[in-house]
Design a binder for this molecule. Structure first.
Ligand SMILES: *Cc1c(COP(=O)(O)O)cnc(C)c1O
Length: 223
């Protein structure tokens, strides 16, 4: 086994069976993705449309590509034909554009809404208040070509693991609120995408169903 394959096996051993692994391959070459693929890994996460444009045609067609980064509306059309899940949707405007491009491709695109819970990590994501408003306004119900499958978040960028746990707990409790109000009988609203290299074990304990792990599998990224 290669080093990447050994790393992948180690991460898998630590994950409960109900938590899916998104192997975050951004800035890493197609050969490393292929190595993981050869070990059965099928879900890969990327954050840049330009990079996906090169990797998508070069790699096996049964890979499920997840877009995990901040997505600009003008880039949606490029990934709409094949993207399997878009994690970081943080505005109604972006939802409308994904819906439009999904319709053009005769698809229903699965999305997650990104919550802004961490203090400082990112300027992206919906505050809990904005997310509540988005659901209350109910225009999202008219978007027939997207399916809201759950929520995504990043924890605060800190070594204070109790703080990290609290962030995930906040997200988990908020997920339950939205689930109960808007998706009580809808099994497709079930995903909680949280946890990265440094905090995926904590995330798994705080209800994550999908961890997005890059560095622990592929090593440090060369930007
Ligand atoms: C890059 C990235 C990851 C992976 O981070 P690691 O610390 O390398 O595991 C996870 N989620 C998002 C949104 C990212 O941009």
């Amino acid at each position: 086994m290669t080093e990447v394959q050994q790393n992948l096996a180690k991460i898998r051993e630590q994950l409960p069976t109900n938590v899916q692994l998104v192997a975050v391959s951004k800035f890493h070459p197609a050969e490393m993705i292929q190595q993981c693929y050869d070990q059965g890994q099928r879900i890969f996460g990327e954050s840049h449309e330009q990079e996906l444009r090169i990797k998508f045609p070069a790699l096996p067609k049964d890979i499920e590509w997840h877009f995990i980064g901040h997505l600009q509306t003008n880039k949606v059309k490029y990934i709409a034909p094949y993207i399997s899940l878009i994690h970081a949707v943080d505005s109604f405007k972006l939802m409308k554009e994904i819906n439009k491009q999904a319709a053009r491709n005769n698809r229903i695109i699965r999305i997650l809404l990104e919550l802004h819970i961490a203090e400082e990590t990112t300027k992206f994501g919906l505050s809990l208040a904005d997310c509540r408003t988005l659901f209350e306004e109910s225009e999202w119900r008219d978007l027939k070509n997207i399916q809201i499958c759950g929520l995504m978040c990043m924890a605060s960028n800190t070594d204070d693991m109790e703080r990290v746990r609290k962030d995930f707990e906040t997200a988990r409790i908020f997920f339950e609120e939205i689930k109960a109000k808007y998706f009580p009988n809808d099994e497709t609203f079930c995903e909680r995408s949280w946890g990265m290299t440094h905090d995926f074990q904590i995330a798994a304990k705080e209800g994550s169903t999908m961890v997005r792990v890059g560095t622990a599998i592929f090593g440090e990224r060369q930007y």
